[in-house]
Ligand binder design. Structure first.
Ligand code: ADP
Length: 488
């Protein structure tokens, strides 16, 4: 099968969260299972082209029009860990992909509409038959509309993965005009008009992807159930309900090469699921000694709790704050690696950071830091994930692979991956519930170390590889090629 994926992240070259890991993990396994894969990405300034193999300028100049003007672009191709990558270099006056970040610019809508159009232009220039065009989230959802209504490409089916339905790409109809679509034509309930009665003049790009795709994948079975409710559908629940026959839910895998404590170059001592519990604890202790030095933390022998997360409303920043004070209260050490997603949240946590800068049992790092993330996962006893909602969540899987027990709110993918045999779930999105979750874990840690050993051993044995999820994707690709699922 020939599969082309359009995405705005690809780990580790351009990663903001779990999406980028899904794209590389799935691509590698699709290749291993004998399929032909290509990933098309924006050529961001953060991408280190030296880490690609066999880089070549495959199309030195192709045009993409926006607001009636024609803009120059180039296409670079190369391989990353054998995955064929195509990078769209937009030589656009607005420097769309030279912002030092992936998301969070005022013109994100224009940037990603432009990228989607440029990617479809490439497919149009090639005019090769593609079995599946696989799209990821709102930034590239418009490609389904462009491919079907505007370019009439030889694409046999379109699959959309919804990684997070809360991010929908709301824009005006004239934003679609800018890339040559007639925006008003799409501003109708059965196409891209936002479902909210107070926003009837808005276009909803994610909705467009759901309407136009032949199949839609939600990133966990539980999330597929939750997204048809107002709490997780964020206004799109009616659309998800309407198209439920073409929506499928299954878990993401984990890239076993990116996350492997046996071969992780960021760790001071390798360890793995075949090691004894004693060896795992020794390796973790060495990691803690390293971090105590690096993060000026003191004293050993305390339980270590932490969070590695985007600091966004979804992740419950106020509950994370509660978790670190409760951990300190109970005599533990807490490490937070959090990338703030808004100026308000950043300001709040910077103030906490300043206030606690001399606290020897608390480390707050407010940035995105890949190496530190690996080191923190390896050092912890417990990872706290109090999410408001969690479509799949990779961090609990990573934690378990590194012998760290998740304490998580029972929502979305947490419910599909965390059980009494490998972690702790708490039900309410409240401070009290977080405290209870931590207290249960701490009490077991102190009272009954042998049950913690069992949890750690169980957690480390789980196979989170991409093999099964990829087989499930291939099944959906095959289904999406059949007539019954074809989009209207
Ligand atoms: P989401 O995609 O919603 O952010 P996931 O749990 O699916 O959440 O994936 C998050 C990924 O991003 C994990 O690999 C996690 O380790 C990583 N991550 C999150 N925040 C940071 C950070 N501040 N620094 C480094 N890595 C981070």
């Amino acid at each position: 099968m020939k599969i082309v994926q359009l995405a705005t992240e690809f780990a580790p070259l351009a990663k903001a969260g779990g999406l980028g890991e899904v794209v590389i993990g799935l691509s590698k396994e699709l290749l291993r299972q004998g399929h032909t894969v290509e990933v098309i990405l924006p050529k961001y300034d953060c991408i280190d082209m030296k880490s690609l193999e066999q880089v070549r300028l495959s199309i030195p100049d192709f045009k993409c029009s926006e607001k009636g003007a024609s803009h120059a672009n180039a296409l670079w191709q190369g391989f990353f860990q054998k995955v064929p990558l195509s990078l769209v270099e937009a030589r656009h006056a607005s420097g769309y992909f030279h912002r030092g970040k992936i998301y969070g610019c005022d013109d994100d809508i224009a940037r990603f509409l432009y990228f989607s159009k440029a990617a479809i232009e490439i497919l149009s220039l090639r005019r090769e038959v593609i079995d599946v065009l696989h799209l990821h989230d709102w930034p590239v959802a418009i490609a389904a509309v462009l491919a079907r209504d505007f370019y009439n490409l030889p694409i046999r089916s379109i699959v959309l993965t919804v990684h997070n339905a809360a991010y929908q790409g709301l824009c005006a109809s004239w934003d679609l005009d800018a890339i040559g679509l007639n925006g008003l034509k799409y501003l109708v309930p059965e196409k891209l008009q936002d479902n909210s009665p107070d926003k009837p003049s808005l276009i909803n790009l994610l909705k467009g992807g759901v309407v136009y795709a032949d199949a839609v994948v939600a990133v966990s079975p539980q999330y597929a159930k939750e997204m048809v409710t107002p709490e997780a559908g964020y206004g799109l629940q009616k659309t998800f309900l309407k198209y439920r026959k073409k929506i499928f839910g299954f878990l993401n895998g984990l890239d076993q090469d990116l996350w492997n404590p046996e071969k992780d170059s960021f760790l001071v001592a390798p360890y793995g699921s075949k090691d004894s519990y004693k060896q795992v604890c020794e390796a973790k202790e060495l990691m803690r000694a390293f971090l105590r030095d690096k993060c000026t933390l003191s004293s050993s022998g305390r339980p270590w709790v932490g969070a590695v997360t985007r600091l966004a409303i979804q992740k419950g920043p106020e509950l994370i704050e509660e978790a670190f004070y409760e951990t300190l209260q109970m005599g533990g050490t807490f490490l937070l690696l959090g990338s703030p997603s808004s100026p308000d949240i950043e300001q709040h946590f910077r103030a906490l950071q300043e206030k606690e800068k001399n606290n020897p049992h608390l480390f707050l790092c407010l940035e995105y830091n890949e190496a530190l993330a690996h080191q923190i996962y390896a050092s912890l006893d417990f990872l706290i994930i109090p999410s408001l909602y969690e479509p799949c969540g990779l961090s609990q899987m990573i934690a378990m692979r590194y012998g760290t027990i998740p304490i998580a709110r029972a929502t979305g993918g947490h419910k599909d991956t965390i059980f009494p045999s490998n972690g702790f779930l708490f039900s309410d999105f409240t401070k009290k519930s977080v405290r209870r979750g931590l207290q249960t874990a701490f009490s077991l840690f102190q009272r009954d170390p042998s049950s913690i050993e069992i949890l750690v051993k169980n957690a480390m044995q789980i196979d989170w590889s991409w093999k099964k999820p990829t087989e499930q994707y291939v099944e959906i690709y095959n289904k999406s090629l059949t007539l019954e699922l074809k989009s209207p």
